[in-house]
Design a protein around this ligand. Sequence first.
Ligand code: NAP
Length: 287
Amino acid sequence: MKVALITGCSSGFGEAFVRALLGAGWTVVATARRADQRNLFEAESKAHPESLAVLPLDVTSEAERAAVRQAVEQRFGRLDLLVNNAGYALFGALEDQSPEQLRDEFEVNFFGTAFLTRDLLPLLRASKGRVVNVSSVFGYMAFPMASAYCASKFAVKGLTESLRHELAPHGVQVSLLEPGGHRTRFGANIAWAKRFDDPASPYHRQSQGYFAFRQKLGAGKGTGTEGVTRALLRLASAGRMPPRVRVGSDARWVYRAMKWLPEWLGNLLVGRFARRVQAMPPSLGAG
Ligand SMILES: NC(=O)c1ccc[n+]([C@@H]2O[C@H](COP(=O)([O-])OP(=O)(O)OC[C@H]3O[C@@H](n4cnc5c(N)ncnc54)[C@H](OP(=O)(O)O)[C@@H]3O)[C@@H](O)[C@H]2O)c1
């Protein structure tokens, strides 16, 4: 029996990961905020009563993290794979955000990942298990109106790469999953900066442009979660996990451009694109 624990399973990648790992024969601990009130994975629980546990977990809650660790220990006695997937984007200018918003972005995306990993490392060391942290193309490309999200995902990258070396002597493998844009509830779950829509904000015009850009992305067909799911299954079964896997042509192109272009040219191109995005007409966007 191999046991995987996934965070943020109420929608999107997390939900797809649960089904994919169950289908591949894993025992899965699917966690989500308010999972006890949400009737999540009813059909799967009936089909796999022994190999699926659905548990409530807000990754920012120390008590819930402790309860989940205890439940895994008692019910399965082992953990082979931790997927730190829970996360969301706070968008808008730094000056338009409240300090609480900025802190919460890090509480979920960074501290949630770091503390849950820390809590579960005794089990992962015992099984010589694996950790997969879900980052983003915004974990290696900085973008205006996305400073909080980018900073939190850059931090996840630093954590992941350091842990990869720190845990290697203990037989625990660590990898980063870096998706580009995919069709999930990510867009619907965006938190916008407090003063994002305030006409008196010096950033109002840029915010309108960025909002219109996100609206346009959301209105498109978008990419389904299959590629990200396949990437996770490969990571779960590979003899040696690579340090990072990028999923989606946007993620791969941005990476190649940043790796192979001289820094000044990369900056110039990102700067041009950023200016275009922030100047987009607000017809689709915030008023
Ligand atoms: N979709 C994309 O284009 C994209 C691209 C790059 C990276 N990502 C990353 O992929 C991961 C999954 O996102 P997604 O695209 O699947 O979006 P999603 O559908 O919005 O899923 C995000 C999940 O995270 C959960 N979550 C948020 N705060 C949480 C907390 N404090 N504790 C526990 N769970 C929490 C949400 O739960 P609730 O339902 O309770 O809010 C939801 O289940 C995120 O880390 C995101 O940054 C997404």
